[in-house]
Write a protein that binds this ligand. Structure first.
Ligand code: SAM
Ligand code: SF4
Length: 324
């Protein structure tokens, strides 16, 4: 699917739930998001139907996200079924890692192609402050469990927040100790993220140089998304950046997003899109659903306007509801 800017849209992020076992301050309110009744969440058979149609239109990569995707039952089953769809080349997962110890074996058996684990600090007290839960050890165990499967590429994602005590180099050092890439994701001014300042890539590159030696841009394309990477002298894994603000990448954006309620969005920042759930549940045929998907892709905005003072149709949901 080629959009109006000539971008080839081949990647969908699918949120399977908006619930989560953490409450990260930049993502969710303290009490969590209002529980969506089960019947309003797409069933797995509905997600699979949409994905079959999308695959026919040229989507080849799927990322499962949430909320926390692993709090939904039977995610490995969904992975296995998605992998059976002709045209789907990669199914990956983004998780906070809390439940990975429990699910890694089944995810691997289901054929997962990659896992991103979100981790913003190695400091237990700060972890508690950021996530409002005392569960850093669970995440560390989850990372260890994932590392036992060498054929599943692993990335650690960290959102620099400018909070006192957030030692980004301690997170970067994980790429020295383990065969993982570490990526820094700039804070986006969406929902609760608006309250935090973003720390730019250039500042972090300076810190990397001081801590680990020479930092050299890496030309290899790693992963499906807009990240770009550096080789750092004393680290084995690469250090990546997803810098939506300081190095805007909208001209290369290849993705669409579907919320757990089946709302298909073409850009993180805007609320516009199509409600596929209603189509799925009112007898629409595959052609109707295909037309709705094409319409969303065709209307994909040229780019975000995060730095604009006022924008129309701005997204009002929090990140956990959109899927990040
Ligand atoms: N619970 C899973 C996790 O944390 O990986 C998946 C969902 S979470 C919404 C996906 C990603 O979005 C996480 O890496 C999280 O750090 C990131 N995120 C949430 N709010 C953000 C914001 N305002 N700016 C940048 N990244 C954000
Ligand atoms: Fe949950 Fe992920 Fe949001 Fe943290 S970032 S509250 S782990 S959905």
């Amino acid at each position: 699917m080629i959009d109006q800017c000539g971008r080839n849209i081949d990647y969908v992020r699918i949120s399977v739930t908006d619930r989560c076992n953490l409450r990260c301050v930049y993502c969710m309110p303290e009490d969590g998001v209002k529980n969506t009744p089960h019947e309003e969440i797409l069933r797995y058979d509905e997600i699979l139907r949409v994905c079959r149609i999308m695959a026919g239109l040229g989507i080849s990569k799927i990322k499962l996200t949430g909320g926390e995707p692993l709090v939904r039952k039977d995610v490995p089953y969904l992975v296995r079924e998605l992998k059976q769809i002709s045209g789907i080349e990669k199914v990956t997962l983004t998780t906070n890692g809390i439940l990975l110890t429990e699910y890694m074996k089944d995810l691997h058996a289901a054929g997962i192609n990659g896992i991103n684990i979100s981790l913003d600090t190695m400091n237990p007290a700060l972890f508690r402050e950021i996530t409002r839960r005392d569960m850093l050890d669970h995440v560390k165990c989850g990372i260890e469990a994932a590392m036992r499967y060498r054929d599943v590429p692993l990335k650690i994602n960290c959102v620099p927040m400018g909070m006192e005590g957030q030692d980004l180099m301690e997170i970067a050092a994980l790429a020295g100790e383990h065969p993982v890439h570490v990526r820094f994701i700039e804070m986006m001014p969406i929902g609760y993220g608006k309250k935090f300042k973003f720390i730019g890539e250039d500042e972090i590159v300076g810190q990397l140089r001081a801590a680990f030696g020479e930092v050299t841009p890496c030309m290899d394309k790693l992963g499906n998304g807009p990240g770009h990477y550096y080789t750092v002298e004393q680290l084995t894994g690469k250090i990546g950046f997803i810098s939506a603000i300081s190095h805007k990448f909208c001209n290369e954006c290849n993705r669409i997003r579907m919320t757990s309620q089946g709302f298909l969005k073409s850009c993180l920042q805007y609320e516009t899109g199509r409600d596929l759930r209603t189509l799925l549940r009112t007898g629409a045929d595959d052609g109707d659903i295909e037309a709705a998907i094409r319409e969303v892709v065709l209307k994909k905005p040229t780019g975000h306007e995060f730095l604009a003072e006022q924008i129309s149709e701005e997204e009002s949901h929090c990140m956990a509801q959109i899927g990040g």
